[in-house]
Design a protein around this ligand. Structure first.
Ligand SMILES: *[C@@H]1O[C@H](CO)[C@@H](O)[C@H](O)[C@H]1NC(C)=O
Ligand SMILES: *[C@@H]1O[C@H](CO)[C@@H](O)[C@H](O)[C@H]1NC(C)=O
Length: 439
């Protein structure tokens, strides 16, 4: 476990602050996305739930592997555990099916049907069961002629499929982008399905992969995507490895100018599932994924086996302080503030003028490393003015105490690990942080 020792190194008085400039920057950060979201009242904070793909992939062999194949039993067991093991209580709500649930053909009326062997009671029955637990059911389809795994796609059937999902009581649709005809029909398909879902009158959360599929050919228009989708994948599938998590973070940081302004209540960038509790990430790397997914205001879809999960990973995934950062009602996505040698500092503005700060040590050799930085660089220079209270959230909770704007903070971070902090400004009579005109 990494440990943090924070010390006040500098005590010099603040001077030469260009308050006007700083307030301008702050206002820019606090302003909402300049873009309206899909108007279905959903995903006002990032969606939380469980999604089968990374852990259970397209395992359809219930003969050989009945415990782990994609079947109604798997989702019923997960729903049960989400309630009995405290997942629902901390906010995980959607139990989501990914690819490989379908029969190989539509029925005689052109409607989708689930594989009759693996889902003998059908999706409506499963939805009723999930609802009886106070949870919501997510399903998967594809904008093209076939899903990525080769099952019947929604192309040409958008209205019928949306109505089928609504009739079954589905609450979320993950809409993949494999096997589309051409770019125009891909975009048209995503728009069409958004209208089709709306036309059913049932509020169905709409999870898109639109930017991921068009990015090789053109810059995604997030203003438009946000009008149609509640979240959207930008980057390839996550794998159960540090390389994969690291790649997603690096890609996100290098595209943050276009990604960050697109996120806000009702619409989020989706860096894909949490793989915490599986096989590929060390403890430090699991902490890093949890901390950075909170900073990125990412949907939190666990893909793991809730029947077999170690207590440490479970407590990380259920950590209320990290979840509170992820679910912060201000709804602003964080960004990478600086990269210095092996250290990265990320920050995210939170409600009540607080900030979350993550310090990540990318070095993959050696032991814990110290990183010292001036608090005045955080929160656009105003986040901690004139002083703030700092709480360490990860790797374990610790009150670090009061820090002046001019002090330095020293954190000690294990290789590939992260220290996650929350800064709360102290307001006093002279504190510029009262800024009544901001409210
Ligand atoms: C459909 O869209 C309209 C207009 O944007 C919105 O007011 C309504 O709540 C939506 N209905 C559903 C079920 O999403
Ligand atoms: C992006 O989409 C919006 C909304 O549909 C549109 O007004 C705008 O012109 C588009 N921008 C570009 C560069 O195409």
């Amino acid at each position: 476990m990494s440990s943090v020792r924070a010390t006040v190194l500098g005590q010099e008085r603040a001077r030469g602050r260009n308050l006007k400039l700083a307030v301008g920057l702050l206002l820019a950060v606090l302003a909402g996305p300049g873009v309206s979201a899909l108007d279905n009242g959903l995903a006002l904070t990032p969606t939380m739930g469980w999604l089968h793909w990374e852990r259970f992939t397209c395992n359809v062999d219930c003969q050989e592997d009945p415990e782990n194949c994609i079947s109604e039993q798997l989702f019923m067991q997960m729903a049960e555990l989400m309630v009995s093991d405290g997942w629902k209580a901390v906010g995980y709500e959607y139990v989501c099916i990914d690819d490989c649930w379908l029969a190989s053909q539509r029925d005689e009326n052109g409607r989708l049907k689930a594989d009759p062997k693996r889902f003998p009671n059908g999706i409506q029955h499963l939805a009723n069961y999930v609802h009886s637990k106070g949870l919501k059911l997510g399903i998967y389809q594809d904008v093209g002629t076939h899903t990525c795994a080769g099952y019947p796609g929604s192309y040409g059937y958008y209205d019928i499929d949306a109505q089928t999902f609504a009739d079954w009581g589905v609450d979320l649709l993950k809409f993949d982008g494999c096997n589309y005809k051409n770019l125009e029909s891909l975009k048209e398909g995503y728009r069409h399905m958004s209208f089709a879902l709306n036309n059913t009158g049932r509020r169905i959360l709409y999870s898109c992969e639109w930017p991921l599929y068009i990015r090789p050919f053109q810059q995604p228009n997030y203003t438009e995507i946000r009008q149609y989708c509640n979240h959207w994948r930008n980057f390839g599938d996550i794998f159960d490895s540090w390389n994969s998590v690291k790649g997603i973070l690096a890609w996100t940081a290098s595209n943050q100018e276009s990604l960050v302004p697109a996120a806000g209540p009702g619409g989020w960038n989706d860096p894909d599932m949490l793989v915490i509790g599986n096989f590929g990430l060390s403890w430090e790397q699991q902490i890093t994924q949890m901390a950075l997914w909170a900073i990125m205001a990412a949907p939190l879809f666990m893909s793991n086996d809730l029947r077999h999960i170690n207590p440490q990973s479970k407590s990380l995934l259920q950590n209320k302080d990290v979840i509170a950062v992820n679910q912060d009602p201000l709804g602003k996505q964080g960004y990478r503030l600086r990269k210095e040698k092996d250290f990265e500092v990320w920050e995210r503005p939170l409600s009540n003028l607080a900030w979350a700060v993550a310090v990540l040590n990318q070095k993959e050799i050696g032991g814990p490393q110290n990183y010292v930085f001036s608090i005045s660089v955080l929160g656009k220079g105003l986040g901690c003015s004139p002083a703030c209270h700092i709480t360490q959230i990860l790797p374990e909770k610790k009150e670090l105490g009061l820090y002046e704007w001019t002090s330095h903070l020293k954190v000690r971070v294990n290789p590939t690990g992260t220290v996650l902090l929350k800064l709360k400004p102290i307001q006093n009579e002279s504190g510029c942080f009262q800024l009544p005109h901001l409210r």
